[in-house]
Design a protein around this ligand. Structure first.
Ligand code: HEC
Length: 110
């Protein structure tokens, strides 16, 4: 079937205007507890790592923001601790991409 470019554009803009799927905050919080993130991060105060609110402010609305945060949570990059030493960042305790995505979106919504 041939789709007219006009129709395709209309469908695309409709898809863009849909609200993002609701974030499951309870599941995100549980995952941060299960993964030990709470030891170093809190929503609105810095611990060993920055507050999620700061992270959200830094990445929200950036085209690659979600991808960057996902990499930090899944690829264990080296990060600087508050005492200046470098450590591999802790990865989330799940391999389920949907759960990781939910957590990333929750962090970016803080
Ligand atoms: C041992 C302490 C520690 C643990 C555990 C830890 N983090 Fe981190 N996290 C850090 C540090 C330190 C940084 C790097 C901050 C920087 O580069 O300025 C960081 C960076 C991040 C960033 C990027 C922040 C930014 O603004 O760029 C995110 C998002 C994040 N952590 C989320 C998590 C999540 C989710 C978990 C649980 C899976 C977790 N962290 C576990 C210490 C920790």
């Amino acid at each position: 079937m041939k789709v007219s470019p006009l129709l395709a554009a209309a469908v695309a803009s409709f898809a863009f205007s849909l609200p993002a799927a609701a974030v499951d905050a309870d599941a995100a919080l549980k995952l941060t507890k299960d993964s030990g993130c709470t030891k170093c991060h809190a929503v609105d105060k810095d611990k060993k790592g920055p507050a999620y609110k700061k992270t959200a402010a830094k990445y929200k609305g950036k085209a690659d923001g979600e991808a960057k945060v996902t990499d930090i949570l899944t690829k264990s990059p080296k990060v600087k601790m508050d005492d200046g030493s470098e450590e591999e960042h802790k990865a989330v305790a799940t391999k389920d991409p949907a759960q990781v995505k939910n957590l990333v979106q929750w962090i970016l919504a803080q």
